[in-house]
Ligand binder design. Structure first.
Ligand SMILES: N[C@@H](CCC(=O)N[C@@H](CS)C(=O)NCC(=O)O)C(=O)O
Length: 231
């Protein structure tokens, strides 16, 4: 089933907005057409328009129909589930039920957790802070998460580079910002996790997002705990 109404995804800066990236990648990987509406953090556009474009004041938001007037889905998990409803055969989730329930579990677990990692290592695609962010709590988050990835890949991923093998799913979209953080903060990884990280960063969609992120020049204070604003 094709979406009945045109889709718009409201996102923020590509360098910084990890939640935007998740929804954007899920749509690109599934081949779902949409218009992108970027509202940059700390901008006049954000101050003037975010209330109309986002019921929560956060991004991403998926609009069906006119942004601000149509049907809004907010929060990445709800967006992914809505996309799956709209296009159940687009490969948003793995086709096999056991793999699908694992994918949903991984996504929900990350969405509710990994707080130390998310707070100490904000996504910042263009930057390198190899000596920053690591604490015992961050290390524990990374060990727990990468153990889940290894276990999932061992059980479900033998035929390809992603969590569920050759078919990229929303779970891979979900962890691509983590792969990017590992690069930014120089996190040392075991060989299997390094290979998975590289596969996530090398998808055509992630390359396109990264190229756009690298052109951005805004310095967003809330996402830059380890740098000072350029003079
Ligand atoms: N649980 C939400 C989190 C969304 C979120 O925190 N988005 C950030 C950008 S990555 C945001 O909009 N921040 C703006 C702000 O905090 O004012 C989701 O899954 O979509």
């Amino acid at each position: 089933m094709r979406p009945a109404l045109p889709l718009t995804l409201v996102i923020a800066n590509k360098n910084y907005s990890s939640w935007s990236l998740r929804a954007w990648l899920a749509m690109k990987a599934a081949g779902i057409p949409f218009t992108e509406r970027m509202v940059k953090f700390e901008s006049a556009d954000w101050r003037d328009n975010i209330a109309a474009l986002s019921p929560t004041g956060l991004v991403p938001v998926l609009w069906e129909g006119e942004p601000g007037k149509g049907c809004a889905t907010f929060d990445t998990i709800a967006i992914i589930e809505r996309l799956h409803e709209l296009q159940p055969n687009a490969g948003i989730w793995p086709a096999a039920a056991v793999a699908r329930t694992r994918a949903r579990s991984l996504v929900a677990d990350f969405h509710a957790g990994c707080r130390a990692l998310r707070e100490a290592m904000p996504m910042n695609i263009r930057s390198a802070h190899p000596d920053k962010g690591m604490t015992p709590a961050v290390r524990a988050d990374i060990e727990r998460l990468t153990a889940l990835w290894r276990d999932t890949r061992a059980q479900f991923g033998a035929d390809g580079p992603f969590l569920f093998g050759s078919d990229y799913s929303a779970a891979d979209a979900y962890f691509t910002p983590v792969a990017s953080r590992f690069a930014t903060y120089g996190v040392e990884l075991d060989a299997d996790t390094r290979a998975y990280q590289q596969a996530l960063l090398d998808t055509p969609a992630m390359r396109a997002w990264t190229a756009a992120a690298l052109k951005e020049t805004e310095f967003v204070h809330m996402d830059e705990p380890y740098a000072t604003a350029p003079g």
